[in-house]
Design a protein around this ligand. Sequence first.
Ligand code: SF4
Length: 98
Amino acid sequence: MSTEPAVRVEDRLFHNRYLIDPERAHIKVRPHITPSLELVRMLSACPAHCYTANEKHQIEITVDGCMECGTCRAVCEPRGDIEWNYPRGGYGVLFKFG
Ligand code: SF4
């Protein structure tokens, strides 16, 4: 039996810091009436929980806390569901490993 304490991913992510760019969201969801299956999948696939569904069941994103993992870029950008860019210099996630 391991003597290492159990560590949850959420507890580790808590150490990260995020500098919000008030002038440019680095990921944008293209306007849609009905979301694609890929967009809906991001509700559970995004590790930072940046994707949410509004009252019309359309998918929205709030990029605060995005870890730039690229999951949504790989899944949704080829279909044109999102526009994905890295944050501008000085903004975005700052990973801390301690
Ligand atoms: S890049 Fe990763 S963390 Fe950022 S919004 Fe996409 S899936 Fe979420």
